[in-house]
Design a binder for this molecule. Structure first.
Ligand SMILES: *Cc1c(COP(=O)(O)O)cnc(C)c1O
Length: 385
């Protein structure tokens, strides 16, 4: 079996696992306890926070550990929207149809249940939010703008520094979901200029079930988990010490090895894009041709049942994705692909291939040897129906 779905999740790096293991048994204390067991756990969390802060170029007390990327998005959106409404009465949230559901469904909930309104920013043909789209939509009523750093389905990278600058000039909070981006892109808060940045451990060889939110000093959030005073009162609950340690180590390694990891995946990614478009009729790249994650290739194939293609690929030994959360049996095309303007004939035939640390040229060769034939087979089956 060849794994080509690193955007869905990555295996835990053995070095990360080694860093985590002592905190399950030897150093199992509750970081809020006064005794030495507690102190040891607390100092592990402090060190992890310092590590994350040094990579983001921020202060340690601007990092909030959470239970996953989704929770970071939820805390950012709901927390900031509520706080802003209390402060200034601003009730609009601007975001895009391309966002991960952790953002878009939270925005929709804020609209349905909490009296906010959502403005959907225009996307260009590559699924990018351009500065003119934000300039056009931002208003005095805007409480928060949320635009993802890099898209998980189509790999497109948004111009976050430019977008954040527009928000700042209007005194509007800016959040970016960097969960997918952090594996390959620099998440330096000074360069990005965002007030809130979401991260998730399992997209960069850390464990699942742990994330972080950067909260710029002075940014008010309403806590969505109330209880103990952990995480500066923003996220109650005894911290998951081993996972937080693993998160920090994984992010540290991602930053340290960024160039070598990119050098490994990018030529393989380019080979996949080049050959798939050349060898498969009625195939189009989705997302931006250049401004995209270096490990990310995504396509639509006309008149192909994407779910069936995934099953055939799986049977042939390749683990890929349609790119969306859409599972077998759900005949609806992805909202992200639809937002690019593809009709059903194209949108239902989406395929995402994402590479990672264990990818090899042989994997890619063998995949490219199989793909054109499988696409043809799935097309013929569809015609036969
Ligand atoms: C995976 C992902 C999430 C969700 O992260 P979890 O840790 O799985 O909750 C959010 N946003 C993006 C862009 C992602 O790729």
């Amino acid at each position: 079996m060849i794994y080509l779905d690193y955007a869905a999740t990555t295996p835990v790096d053995p070095r990360v696992l080694d860093a985590m293991l002592p905190y399950f048994r030897e150093s199992f204390g509750n970081p809020s306890s006064v005794h030495r067991y507690g102190q040891k756990a607390e100092s592990a969390i402090d060190a992890a926070r310092e590590t994350v802060a040094s990579i983001l170029h921020c202060r340690a007390d601007e990092i909030i550990f959470t239970s996953c990327g989704s929770e970071s998005d939820n805390l950012a959106l709901r927390g900031a929207a509520m706080a802003r409404k209390n402060e200034s009465g601003a009730k609009q949230i601007l975001t895009s149809k391309n966002e991960h559901h952790a953002v878009s469904k939270t925005a929709v909930q804020l609209e349905k249940e909490y009296g906010f309104s959502v403005g959907w920013l225009d996307l260009d043909a590559h699924g990018m939010v351009r500065t003119d789209a934000l300039n056009k939509s931002i208003a005095d009523q805007t409480a928060l703008v949320s635009v993802m750093f890099a898209n998980n389905e189509i790999g497109t990278i948004n111009p976050i520094p430019e977008l954040a600058k527009i928000a700042k000039a209007r005194n509007v909070l800016f959040h970016t979901d960097a969960v997918q981006a952090a594996a390959y892109l620099d998440v330096n808060v000074e360069k990005l200029g965002a007030d809130l940045i979401s991260l998730g451990g399992h997209k960069f060889y850390g464990p699942k079930g742990v994330g972080a939110l950067y909260v710029r000093k002075g940014t008010k959030l309403v806590a969505h988990n109330t209880g103990g005073g952990q995480e500066y009162g923003l996220r109650a609950g005894t911290q998951n010490v081993p996972y937080i340690v693993g998160f920090a180590e994984a992010l540290r390694l991602a930053a340290e090895e960024r160039e070598t990891r990119i050098a490994l995946v990018k030529p393989l990614r380019d080979q996949i894009i080049g050959r798939a478009l050349e060898e498969i009729p009625d195939a189009q790249l989705t997302g931006h041709p250049e401004n995209r994650l270096p490990n990310h290739a995504s396509f639509v194939f006309k008149d192909v049942d994407g779910n069936l293609l995934l099953q055939m690929l799986d049977a042939a030994g390749f683990a890929c994705s349609s790119g969306s959360a859409c599972k077998t049996g759900n005949p609806e095309p992805s909202e992200v692909i639809t937002a690019l303007g593809f009709d059903r004939h194209w949108a239902l035939g989406s395929l995402r291939i994402t590479l990672g640390m264990d990818s090899t040229p042989a994997h890619v060769d063998s995949f490219l040897g199989a793909l054109p034939g499988l696409v043809e087979k799935v097309r013929k089956l569809k015609m036969g129906k």
